[in-house]
Design a protein around this ligand. Structure first.
Ligand code: NOJ
Length: 539
């Protein structure tokens, strides 16, 4: 057992635009985060991951960066950032940033120069082709956009304002290493790496299998490309090995075997990768014609188990049920019931790997009751709306699909109070505030010993007290049970047994003898789990 801080820590993800607004402009900011650091300390988390805060035209909410060394003015200044980092460290916590280097903004000076001609100094910094293939963008439309000056097309698997960097070009890689060292030398504690399995492409650019929209799927040709591990080893050598960092890779579509190639300790690439496939599988998308599938709990937990046990072979995983790209987990799995929110907390905090909590998840925040296209802000949600309209979906059907995958559901403001704008801003929030702020909010939950927030605090504390919760190896129990997700975690003579009822009905389920260390009901019933019951027993 190799002990390391990032295996024992709990990470809290902040979507800065919606966390806390200090200046009344309706948009969260860095000073707003500073004001809430004591809240986070009290919660018990130890690492904060910030979604992108860099200079950006905000086409994709900051995942389109036009200057990697500046802060977007809506979030504050570099002085504010330095202050935030100091304040985080002063409280004994750590801060990791988002690294978005699969693409830049089209307004980045690198792209501005690259697009001027086929001969300029940065002509090969992006991916240019004379003819497009059939690939579609994940955000709708073609993945290629024509530029008159070069009479060529550039690749963007996301929006047309997110041209993809050409990692084959050594100068690009060097510029990225230099930028990462800039942040490293400021003292940050690591990076969450966006689309990290997409940096190397199949440069023969074959057509892809058509989606329901008619465009071809680029995925097999832009993920886990032939040079990806060369690039990451180079990154490790040039940057990562110089710092005591946590690095965690987003790797959509990866299998556990592929994941292990990124995080195997002997491979000298990254530290952790997200268990991705289990959450992505729950999303209706253009790839499946926006078909709504019920959650298949047996398949879901078996896939998570496959990841956790797969990564035990020398890697490390990261457990999450929410982030800024997903809907709220309690709405997805538990009909907005606080008992279900506590049960899901038990999943994230007691599975194997570093837990990632997304802001508001610790309150049991739910999806937003969207009723109209005009309420959506996310470019993907809007493009999905248009796609579904073209496919003949009714408004009701579209809203149903978006309740299952619309990213804006997770992006509404953090609910601090029941007051105006949920105490998030003194102005007018940039996106709708969930009306259930009346009951789901920090202020009331802090006063209620039975709240979701109180449960999170307790669960985090208990996780810290049990080595088995941090390092225990994972073993799935009753693997075909489609109602209950149960497992054990064992290390150094201790076994924790965890059982989570994913239904709103009683379920027959034997709990072994032992000392109950956590649960969302009083006591334990013999042979039964109550609706959404979660229980952790030390055997
Ligand atoms: C993954 C990020 O999590 C998502 O929010 C973003 O839109 C895409 N990558 C493109 O950067």
């Amino acid at each position: 057992m190799e002990r390391t801080w990032w295996k024992e820590d709990v990470v809290y993800q902040i979507w800065p635009r919606s966390f806390n607004d200090s200046n009344g402009d309706g948009i969260g900011d860095l000073n707003g985060i500073i004001q809430k650091l004591d809240y986070l300390k009290e919660l018990g988390i130890s690492v904060i991951w910030l979604n992108p805060i860099y200079q950006s035209p905000m086409d994709d909410m900051g995942y389109d960066i036009s200057d990697y060394r500046k802060i977007w003015p809506g979030f504050g200044t570099m002085e504010d950032f330095d202050q935030l980092l100091r304040e985080v460290h002063r409280r004994g916590m750590r801060l990791i940033m988002d690294l978005v280097v699969n693409h830049t903004s089209d307004e980045h000076p690198w792209f501005q120069e690259s697009k001027t001609s086929r001969t300029n100094g940065k002509a090969d910094w992006y991916i240019w082709r004379d003819e497009p293939n059939n690939w579609g963008s994940y955000f709708g439309g073609s993945a290629w956009t024509y530029v008159k000056e070069r009479s060529q097309y550039y690749l963007h698997t996301f929006s047309r304002k997110q041209p993809e960097l050409n990692w084959e070009c050594e100068a690009v890689r060097e510029a990225v290493w230099e930028m990462m060292r800039f942040w490293g030398d400021k003292g940050i504690d690591g990076f969450r790496m966006d689309v990290v399995n997409g940096l190397s492409k199949d440069t023969s650019f074959p057509d892809g299998k058509p989606w329901s929209t008619g465009f071809g799927d680029p995925t097999p040709y832009v993920k886990n490309g032939p040079k990806i591990h060369d690039y990451l080893r180079e990154m490790n050598q040039e940057v990562l090995s110089r710092y005591d960092w946590l690095t965690v890779g987003e790797g959509s579509g990866n299998t556990p075997e592929e994941g292990l190639l990124y995080v195997g300790r002997d491979r000298h690439e990254l530290d952790e990768c997200f268990i991705f496939t289990t959450m992505e599988a729950l999303k209706p998308s253009p790839a499946n014609g926006y078909r709504i599938e019920p959650v298949d709990l047996a398949a879901f937990k078996q896939e998570r188990a496959r990841w956790m046990t797969g990564l035990e072979r020398g890697g490390w995983s990261s457990c999450y049920l929410e982030n800024h790209d997903l809907v709220r987990s309690v709405s997805r799995f538990g009909k907005d019931d606080p008992l279900a929110a506590k049960m899901l907390a038990t999943v994230v905090l007691f599975e194997e790997g570093t837990p990632y909590i997304y802001m508001g998840e610790e309150l049991g925040m739910t999806n937003y009751p969207f009723t109209d296209k005009a309420q959506f802000r996310d470019l993907q949600g809007k493009s999905d709306w248009d796609n579904m309209e073209r496919l003949g979906f009714s408004k009701d059907q579209i809203l149903k699909v978006l309740q299952l995958q619309g990213r804006d559901n997770g992006r509404t403001p953090m609910q601090w109070t029941s007051g105006a704008e949920a105490g998030f801003t003194t102005g007018k929030s940039w996106i709708g505030v969930n009306p259930n702020k009346q009951t789901i909010n920090v202020k009331s939950e802090e006063k209620d010993p039975d709240s979701v927030l109180a449960f999170y605090k307790q669960a985090i504390r208990i996780r810290r007290q049990h080595l088995a919760a941090q390092y225990g190896s994972f073993s799935l129990v009753d693997k075909d049970n489609g109602q209950v997700y149960a497992w054990t975690r064992s290390v150094d003579g201790e076994t924790l047994f965890v059982a989570c009822n994913f239904t709103d009905q009683m379920q027959p389920f034997p709990i072994p003898e032992g000392k109950k260390v956590l649960g969302n009901y009083d006591g334990i019933l013999k042979g039964q789990l109550r609706p959404y019951e979660a229980v952790v027993v030390s055997c």
